[in-house]
Design a protein. Structure first.
Length: 269
């Protein structure tokens, strides 16, 4: 009869629910990386990296820096009408997109299960990130290779200089690593050369005045300090010194860079 059929259907649904969701929930409870999530009671942002089968929490001082060797998970908790709501982002490096399934990675689903699936999913792909995720940071930075390539003040000579393309999105800055080559430069953009101990700003002849002046403020962001592991202040320097530094890294003649610098951000040790 109808009553018994409903009873059977309910039992089947409960069984399927147990099979599909309980394992994820149990795994989430056993994952140490998710411990901070269990005590969320206010607005905050938490970030993790997926390294192989492990999830590692990103330190607050490194928020805003994304290395393209790993998938990142971002959980934004917001208080809306006295209720904590969650936006769950997963950031995928462009080089990994073709190897990642359409559905969220297992660890993302695991975190979602811990929150009883009361989340809004955001799939973020390198170069195509949403304005929502970029707005979480004063400066949004994407770097090649892994965290092991970050500047180490104990071994500064091992650091390989990075050339970064700067973009201004409203009041937020964006820095993306590009090949350290003359070919990466163009007259419409602003670039920053990070040598580890100093940062050199290169202005294209047709770059916008807003971006030209905004880099100075961006250089004070906590994430950029962490990038170079030292404090950063603006200081004028002779054009010849800056030209030599840029030429040494990009292996170009001095004539190419002459009079194209605005300022040099020196790292104080």
């Amino acid at each position: 009869d109808v009553v018994s059929f409903k009873g059977i259907l309910t039992g089947v649904c409960e069984e399927l629910t147990a099979v599909n969701y309980c394992p994820l929930g149990e795994q989430a409870l056993l994952e140490p990386a998710w411990n901070p999530v269990k005590s969320i009671n206010k607005e905050e942002l938490l970030i993790w990296r997926i390294e192989g089968s492990e999830v590692k929490q990103v330190e607050d001082s490194e928020y805003g820096i994304f290395f393209d060797d790993a998938i990142y998970i971002l959980l934004k908790a917001a208080n809306k009408q006295r209720k904590i709501c969650y936006d769950l982002h997963f950031w995928i490096p462009h080089s990994m997109v073709k190897y990642i399934a359409a559905e969220p990675p297992a660890k993302v689903m695991e975190l979602s299960a811990l929150l009883h699936d009361r989340v809004i999913y955001h799939k973020e792909i390198e170069y195509f990130e949403s304005s929502i995720v970029k707005h979480y940071f004063k400066t949004f930075i994407v770097l090649h290779d892994g965290v092991d390539t970050a500047f180490n003040e104990n071994d500064p000579r091992a650091y390989k200089p990075r050339l970064l393309l700067f973009k201004l999105n409203r009041s937020r800055g964006e820095l993306r690593q590009v090949p350290a080559s003359k070919k990466a430069l163009n007259s419409h953009c602003v670039f920053v050369l990070d040598t580890g101990r100093e940062m050199l700003q290169w202005n294209g002849s047709s770059c916008s005045d807003e971006e030209r002046s905004a880099v100075g403020g961006t250089s004070q962001s906590p994430s950029l300090h962490k990038l170079s592991s030292l404090s950063c202040t603006a200081r004028s320097t002779r054009p010849i010194d800056k030209t030599r530094a840029m030429c040494a890294v990009l292996r170009e003649g001095a004539n190419f860079f002459h009079d194209r610098f605005l300022s040099c951000f020196h790292i104080n040790t």
